[in-house]
Design a protein around this ligand. Sequence first.
Ligand SMILES: C[S@@+](CC[C@H](N)C(=O)[O-])C[C@H]1O[C@@H](n2cnc3c(N)ncnc32)[C@H](O)[C@@H]1O
Length: 258
Amino acid sequence: MVHDGWMPASSIDFGYPWWLSYGHLAVLVPALGLLILGRARGWAVWPMALFGVVAAWAAAALFVTRSFEVNGVAKLPVANFLASGAGRVLDIGAGTGRSSIMVLAARPQATLVALDLFADSFKGHFGDQGSPRDRLMANLKAAGVDQRASIVAADMRKLPFEDASFDAIVSAYAVDHVGREGASQTLAEAKRVVKPGGEFLLILVGNDRWTKFAFGPMLTHGGTRGPGWWRQRAGDAGFQVLEEGTAPASLFFLLRRG
Ligand SMILES: C[S@@+](CC[C@H](N)C(=O)[O-])C[C@H]1O[C@@H](n2cnc3c(N)ncnc32)[C@H](O)[C@@H]1O
């Protein structure tokens, strides 16, 4: 069964920008206000129709973003990742800990190394308040999983680990931030550091129609890279695709090192 992701989440702060969760309210509230005002003052049909369409889009888009909840604790999208429940896991591009906590919560016997470069991309996503490392550790502590986690600052394209030193790897919304060559390098490095037969849960920003409906081109991370591109590159790196699917705003692959 896929873990339900329950966590004492009140003090966790993943720090994704507010507009990803609630930005559509900034459109919905004024549009509703104009509709109410227009009705009271008897405005013409066409501006009222326009405000109605905008309000309907903003309400639907808000519903879509609430189904994702980027600042909430995530659920594992697949049941078969590290099904034994134990082992040493690497999180590539851990950020403020959302993907690390997802795995540690669902696999209480596992330990995890949370790796991130903690540089410009981190600041671009999470702002520059406080030390990135401290923010990640604070979230791991708030989730009660810090005793099973350690933090490493490094570039995902050149992992500072011995060959075959992890039982499994997770990466969420990170490998699609380093360009095509960087993604291929990272997949090759992931293959090198995971044990033969080890799994890699690769989660990417999904360019699905709901994400496009809510955000237009703003979340297009993979450029023109679709599922086929990732499947091909994973195969080139030496991974077999065990499962593939989509979740709100996400495309995921469960890979296994051959
Ligand atoms: C969108 S965040 C994802 C964070 C986390 N995995 C999650 O699910 O919320 C992408 C992360 O990738 C990290 N990153 C980007 N380029 C990197 C690189 N070359 N090496 C390591 N981490 C990198 C950024 O610092 C950022 O924290």
